[in-house]
Design a protein around this ligand. Structure first.
Ligand SMILES: NC(=O)c1ccc[n+]([C@@H]2O[C@H](COP(=O)([O-])OP(=O)(O)OC[C@H]3O[C@@H](n4cnc5c(N)ncnc54)[C@H](O)[C@@H]3O)[C@@H](O)[C@H]2O)c1
Length: 213
């Protein structure tokens, strides 16, 4: 059964936060937690938590709370974290290298198989044990290695070209850091998630200045 069917995007967007907190609880050897305690940690109301988690099954037990490991495993499964995703990073500059060096992604199953760049000064470098290859090899690499996710970290004027190559080679997901709306053909079987650090920063600045009017 597809547990995500009919689940709102708002609930799906909250799941990574549950996952992060539950992981922390497990690391601290905490076996069970009530929705009230979880609510104090996570910042959602207890009723919100119960409502969210009820979407996916009957987890909590009256008077016992949630079994942390069970819930963590279940949310991991809903988030698709029960397998290893093969990823490639295109653009091995500041962001590309930061992602490759962030070991958490690997821990939760996103394995960097290759990095690609056009700059001869960067090609050949090893970032966290992954060699940066010439972009000319990307097409071949994608075809042979069954890559699941392409992480776009190139300047915005190169992003669409890279995106087209990923789609052509049947990559299933794009994590796009370039500040551009990628054009995706309607029949493409691909999911795109855009990341805009600047939007988060501008939200911060707005909230810090909410006395303007
Ligand atoms: N999403 C965000 O929150 C966020 C934040 C900062 C920057 N960005 C964007 O992320 C991208 C990367 O930023 P950065 O700071 O890492 O830039 P950077 O200049 O440090 O790195 C970009 C790399 O891409 C390489 N490159 C250029 N054209 C290429 C191509 N056709 N194929 C392969 N490699 C190519 C360059 O040689 C360089 O190494 C930019 O589009 C930038 O605007 C996004």
């Amino acid at each position: 059964m597809d547990k995500k069917k009919n689940i709102s995007m708002a609930v799906i967007k909250r799941l990574p936060k549950y996952h992060r907190y539950l992981r922390e609880l497990m690391e601290n050897d905490i076996d069970r937690i009530s929705s009230k305690e979880l609510s104090e940690k996570i910042g959602f109301t207890a009723s919100q938590i119960r409502q969210d988690l009820n979407n996916f099954g009957d987890f909590g037990q009256q008077g016992y709370g949630y079994n942390v490991k069970e819930l963590y495993n279940e949310i991991s499964a809903i988030l698709g974290l029960t397998k290893i995703y093969k990823t490639v990073i295109i653009g091995a500059g500041n962001i590309g290298q930061a992602i490759a060096n962030y070991t958490y992604f690997d821990k939760v199953g996103f394995s960097v198989q290759g990095m690609f760049d056009i700059n001869p000064k960067i090609i050949g470098l090893k970032i966290n044990d992954v060699e940066v290859l010439d972009i000319d090899f990307l097409d071949d690499f994608l075809r042979k290695d069954n890559i699941d996710i392409g992480i776009i970290c190139v300047p915005k004027n190169s992003a669409q070209k890279v995106c087209d190559m990923l789609i052509r080679n049947k990559v299933k997901g794009i994590w796009n850091f370039a500040p551009v709306d990628l054009q995706i053909p309607e029949d493409a079987q691909i999911v795109v998630e855009n990341v805009h650090l600047s939007e988060s920063l501008l939200t911060l600045s707005c909230l810090m200045n909410d006395d303007i009017n």
